[in-house]
Write a protein that binds this ligand. Structure first.
Ligand code: GDP
Ligand code: IMO
Ligand code: MG
Length: 448
């Protein structure tokens, strides 16, 4: 029977992505045995800094730097095999993984859907076409949306298909037939040669085979025996396909519920899982879409300062991130849609030395005050943020900060204001990008 004392942990983005999930997952992986990605794909860019060395991961779970852990890519992920092998080879080259036994550390679900070249091609063409009248999403152009579309339309190629050449060909031909009609007649672009894609798939499938397994079974046994599992979310709550700022979202369930579907573990998992929402001390967003607390136009000098000091450039695409103040309305919404049990606050150090910081506590829209996130993107983009002003905190000796009482009183007040509004405690405070630059107020594994 599952042990009721041993908890699992889900790490979830509580904003629009890039909150510092990779750092927190790397830190918490020391206590986990299994680390699993369950949605999204290589649109994610998760940054880990250990002993001053930076590693950016897009697909392989952020527990990989800890020896002896099992890193799983679950059924809910859209899986680009080329990116997978690029990442794997880089980790092997760096001595993180050992040649010949990588497949003991990294396992891939046979049910995950595969991103193929035509998905990337369509993503790019759609974005370019939509940009003509400013309706583009600003995707990462990694083929994420088109791959999920194929999954839902039941025309997807799974990892299981990829490693079975004998049944793959007719599936590919059927999927490509429609793509070619679109590519040729709507976009006027080059069509896809199914034979060429098939040959590439057979080659890739051959190399992938040792990594492929029933990840659900692996995780089910782990959970049954009370082994600690860490669920690594990608993107953020406001980019969720159902609960985000639709249509300016990604194509997966980024909220914690996605962990259940994206791994095949039952709803009961929720009862044994602490859900940690990762939140920056301010907000960033890459791509287009509503962002009420954005200050690019209203306070450009502060936006530039935060972007420069915080190195706010996309870990996947290198795009400058849009910057704004912390939005507590959006955070509270994220707490609710995820069932967040505690928060990890990151990047408060970027605001060190600011005279004043702002917290958005409501919006006004058409003369009404809102305390929730509107469903309609057009409404949300017209919502005006209403702020509380708080005194900033001075620079302090961050290296010596081991517990909350070592933080400046103004920063502690800022943290308390977040807790009061969000209704959940801040149990981790990250004070820099490094693994060691973290105050863990309450250990997330083994507790409720
Ligand atoms: P993720 O997608 O949520 O994993 O976040 P990213 O890796 O895309 O972006 C977060 C960035 O902030 C990375 O460059 C991290 O190294 C960095 N980072 C994380 N936490 C902190 C922090 O507390 N302070 C500072 N200065 N940087 C941090
Ligand atoms: P991590 O895991 C920030 C954004 C894109 C775009 C929208 C749709 O590093 O936090 P997609 O390529 O998914 O179809 O793009 O979602 N986006 C992210 N923004 N962090 C991410 O991941 C993101 N993954 C996708 O910029 O607005
Ligand atoms: Mg990122």
């Amino acid at each position: 029977m599952a042990s009721s004392t041993r908890c699992n942990v889900a790490v979830i983005g509580a904003q629009w992505g890039d909150e510092g999930k990779g750092k927190v997952v790397d830190l918490l992986s020391a206590r986990a045995e299994y680390i699993v990605r369950y949605q999204g794909g290589n649109n994610a860019g998760h940054t880990l800094v250990v002993d001053g060395k930076k590693t950016v991961l897009h697909l392989i779970p952020s527990g990989v730097l800890h020896p002896g852990k099992v890193c799983l890519i679950g059924n809910g992920v859209v899986f680009d095999p080329l990116v997978f092998f690029e990442e794997l080879d880089a980790l092997t080259g760096a001595g993180v993984l050992h040649k010949g036994s990588e497949h003991e550390t990294v396992r891939v679900s046979e049910r995950a859907h595969v991103i193929l070249p035509y998905h990337r091609q369509l993503d790019s063409l759609r974005e370019r076409r939509a940009a003509v009248d400013g309706a583009h999403i600003g995707t990462t152009v990694r083929g994420i949306g088109p791959a999920y579309e194929d999954k839902v339309s039941r025309r997807g190629i799974t990892v299981a298909d990829l490693i079975r050449p004998e049944t793959l060909k007719p599936k590919l031909v059927r999927a490509i037939e429609e793509k070619n009609a679109l590519l040729k007649h709507l976009f006027g672009d080059s069509v896809i040669d199914a034979d060429r894609i098939f040959e590439e798939c057979v080659r890739t499938g051959g190399r992938l085979k040792p990594f492929v397994c029933d990840t659900r079974r692996v995780l089910q046994e782990a959970v049954t025996h009370g082994r600690p599992v860490l669920f690594e979310g990608a993107q953020g709550a406001l980019l969720d396909i159902d609960h985000g700022t639709y249509p300016f979202v990604t194509s997966s369930s980024t909220v914690a519920g996605g962990a259940i579907i994206g791994t095949g573990l039952g709803v009961g998992l929720g009862a044994t899982t602490n859900v940690i929402g990762i939140v920056k001390a301010y907000t960033t967003r890459v791509g287009t879409g509503p962002f009420p607390t954005e200050i690019e136009k209203s306070e450009p000098a502060i936006a530039k300062r935060i972007r420069d000091v915080g190195a706010e450039y996309g870990a996947t695409t290198g795009r400058p991130r849009r910057v704004g103040w912390l939005d507590l309305v959006a955070l509270k919404y994220a707490v609710e849609v995820n069932g967040i049990t505690s928060l990890a606050l990151t990047k408060s150090d970027i605001l060190d030395g600011f005279e004043c910081v702002k917290l958005c506590k409501s919006y006004t829209l058409g003369g009404n005050t809102l305390y929730d996130v509107p469903a309609c993107a057009e409404d949300y983009s017209r919502a005006e943020p209403m702020y509380d002003f708080m005194p900033g905190w001075p620079e302090y000796d961050r290296a010596a900060a081991a517990c909350l009482s070592d933080l400046p009183v103004e920063l502690r007040d800022f943290i308390r204001a977040i807790e009061d509004y969000a209704g959940v405690p801040v149990t981790i405070v990250s004070t820099g990008p490094g693994r060691e630059q973290t105050i863990v107020v309450k250990e997330p594994f083994g507790q409720r």
